[in-house]
Design a protein around this ligand. Structure first.
Ligand code: PMV
Length: 341
């Protein structure tokens, strides 16, 4: 029997991936902060055997038939790349460090941990990776096949995914680490303001699909390359004004794309807008470089350098917490990425 355990964090995109083709291939490049506290822990046991793959899946300690069904079809789709998955018994146990009903997408951290566990078993069976870089690259590729943005959760601090001229080693197939960054960006803080924890009305996969007929699609894909090139320079030089301008523009563009899809839909809530206005006003008045980004949902990720932690936490408790459902805020930060347990 082979056993392996990994923990991997979620990530929050600064340049958004929105629109895909083929098998989870992005229509534009993206870049994200790797989070630290919002994580999935996964333990996998594999017993070789002759008959077709048999899977048992426990989520948060309970058997979960729905997750098991989705996982088995994912495992079948990758069993040419990881041939040990064609036969034997697989036992997967997974849990999240963040509560299920927060509106935080768990697919990125879940698929990243599962990919790391599977690639480690593959390594133990075939010894096929020449080094850690090759292992991580393949794990990122496998994670991508499970859930696009999961491929970025493999690396510490910042990760980039999707072919773009400004990074010669970039690829649509897997993410790569972004290491040439100002030290302040490796300790960035992210307070996740839970505006509404309801399950979203339109899934990410439906949203990606609606980009196929979105009249703004081509302009958007072009803009993502430009924004990414400019953001890379800002990350390197520590240019916070440019960082803030691009990050907020990307968040609003993501939601503008949803509003201009056919059928159109709106995922932000009145409190999301109020929060955004308060954040921009606070920044204007105090000159504290705090900004927001949004995922495909109503919750606000408030991003700020660590040195402003005290002032920003006071701002949250005085002006933002009342906009959150049950006053829920998850204090996360940029982190070191996956850990082998
Ligand atoms: O990985 P998916 O298919 O759940 O898509 C994620 C899309 C966004 O979170 C909205 C943006 C991103 O780049 O993570």
């Amino acid at each position: 029997m082979i056993q392996t355990s990994w923990s991997a964090p979620s990530n929050i995109a600064l340049i958004k991936y929105w629109g895909k083709h083929g098998i989870q291939l992005p229509n534009n490049p993206s870049i994200s902060f790797t989070l630290d506290k919002s994580r999935t822990h996964t333990h996998v046991k594999y017993e070789p055997g002759a008959s077709a793959l048999d899977l048992q899946f426990l989520f948060e300690g309970k058997e979960n038939i729905e997750f098991a069904k989705r996982t088995i079809s994912f495992l079948n789709s990758i069993n040419r790349e990881l041939p040990f998955l064609q036969t034997g018994k697989l036992y997967i146990e997974s849990s999240n460090t963040f509560p299920h009903s927060t509106g935080i997408a768990s697919s990125a951290s879940a698929m990243a941990t599962l990919a790391l566990c599977l690639c480690e078993i593959h390594q133990k069976v075939t010894d096929s990776y020449s080094d850690k870089i090759a292992f991580l690259k393949h794990a990122s590729h496998i994670a991508r096949l499970g859930s696009g943005s999961a491929c970025r959760s493999i690396y510490p601090y910042l990760a980039q995914w999707g072919q773009t001229d400004s990074i010669p080693s970039s690829s649509d197939e897997f993410a790569i680490p972004v290491s040439d960054v100002h030290v302040d960006f490796t300790t960035y803080l992210d307070a996740i303001l839970i505006i509404d924890s309801d399950e979203k009305k339109v899934s990410s996969s439906a949203g990606h699909q609606l980009m196929e007929k979105n009249p703004l699609a081509e302009i958007r894909y072009k803009q993502a390359h430009t924004n990414l090139a400019e953001l890379l320079i800002a990350l390197k030089t520590g240019d916070l004004d440019t960082f803030i301008e691009i990050v907020e523009l990307e968040a609003l563009m993501l939601h503008a794309l949803m509003m201009t899809s056919q059928p159109s839909y709106i995922l932000i809530r009145p409190n999301t807008l109020q929060g955004i206005e308060k954040i921009q006003l606070f920044r204007q008045e105090t000159k504290i470089p705090v900004c927001f980004t949004l995922d495909a949902g109503p919750n606000i990720h408030l991003l700020y350098p660590k040195k402003y932690q005290t002032e920003v936490e006071a701002f949250i408790s005085q002006q933002l917490i009342m906009l959150c459902e049950d006053e829920r805020v998850i204090f996360d930060c940029c982190g070191e990425g996956p850990i082998s347990l």
